[in-house]
Design a protein around this ligand. Structure first.
Ligand SMILES: [Zn+2]
Length: 343
């Protein structure tokens, strides 16, 4: 039904085995499985399908897709880098992750659900056109954005990436392309090293990359100020026809990798702001996909809050006036982005 929220989750996402001690582990999906079972209200499962090689090649080199495919049989247990190992099930799982988002996008575009959340692994936003990195094999959200353009003819896609790490792969795939506005909040300097304020896109895409590089320690108040003064105004001016969210939860205060202090309700507030943008120009069309997040309780609570927002079940966001330390940084970002947008 068109007033429901689609949820993609599947026990097969646990089959990608990263080895003992790796933070991007199968338990991340196992911890999220109860969310759909427990949910009342307007949430429905959307069944994932594997993305095809042709769909992955919308944003990846065909030779690179073949290289990942080879880990299923000819090259078992191959590690693309120290962070990005594979097992014989990794290729299929990665195809199912990208395809899970595509199934959700189809459900939204065909009016079967209003919006949704793809709770998948492995994550995707670090994957480059021809390179795996940072736990990521295929760039799920980039495949999704390109799919919306090719399959449905959309011309303006907004991607907001609030993972604590910069979405280097997504930025690089679209930085010369005004058809995708890429906005990222991330800890900086930090892995993977990209995402400085002055990375604003290039050629025809200049002005369509917005980097909010944050020092460690920012929390709900600073993120809220950034959404109010930078992200929401720019997104509204762009008037996207679809809103995609790279929803990592490793900016959560309890995350063992990130150095930020966001809470589950902080992520809910970000989703709320982006749903407002989607309502304004995209007929409410919005899909989130899980990226990072390595504390199981933090990702479960945060995913729940975002799902509650998507489904319209959320309690009102408490408007606690908190002092924000972001003021001076917001002014610097306004100077950079003011060349392209009214901020
Ligand atoms: Zn991350």
């Amino acid at each position: 039904m068109a007033d429901t929220t689609g949820v993609v989750i599947d026990p097969r996402y646990a089959a990608h085995d990263t080895g003992a001690g790796h933070p991007e582990r199968p338990e991340r999906i196992e911890a999220l499985l109860p969310l759909l079972e427990a949910s009342r209200g307007p949430m429905v499962p959307v069944h994932p399908r594997p993305a095809t090689g042709e769909e992955l090649a919308l944003v990846h080199d065909g030779a690179y897709v073949a290289e990942v495919a080879a880990t299923a049989a000819e090259r078992p247990w191959y590690a693309f880098d120290a962070d990005t190992p594979t097992c014989p099930q990794s290729y299929f799982t990665a195809c199912l992750a990208a395809g899970g988002l595509l199934a959700l996008l189809d459900a939204v575009m065909q009016g079967k659900v209003r919006n949704g959340f793809a709770l998948v692994r492995p994550p995707g936003h670090h994957a480059e056109r021809q390179r795996a990195m940072g736990f990521c094999l295929f760039n799920n959200i980039a495949v999704g954005a390109e799919y919306l353009r090719r399959r449905y003819g959309l011309e303006r896609i907004l991607i907001v990436d609030w993972d604590v790490h910069h979405g280097n792969g997504t930025q690089h795939m679209f930085e010369a392309d005004p058809g995708v506005l890429f906005v990222s909040t991330h800890q900086y300097p930090f892995y993977p090293g990209t995402g400085a304020l002055d990375e604003v896109g290039r050629r025809d895409g200049e002005g369509y990359t917005v980097n909010l590089a944050f020092p460690a320690g920012f929390g709900d108040a600073e993120y809220r100020e950034a959404f109010t003064h930078i992200i929401t105004p720019i997104a509204q001016q762009y008037a996207p026809q679809f809103v995609l969210i790279s929803a990592g939860f490793d900016a959560h205060a309890r995350d063992p990798l990130g150095g930020m202090a966001v809470t589950a309700s902080g992520f809910g507030a970000m989703a709320h702001a982006l749903l407002g943008v989607a309502q304004g120009s995209a007929a409410g069309r919005c899909a989130a996909i899980l990226e990072g997040g390595y504390d199981l309780m933090a990702i479960r609570d945060s995913a729940q809050r975002v799902l509650d927002e998507l489904a319209g079940n959320a309690a009102a966001i408490p408007d606690v006036p908190q002092p924000s330390r972001a003021g001076a940084l917001i002014e610097r970002i306004k100077k950079v982005q003011g060349r392209y947008w009214k901020v």
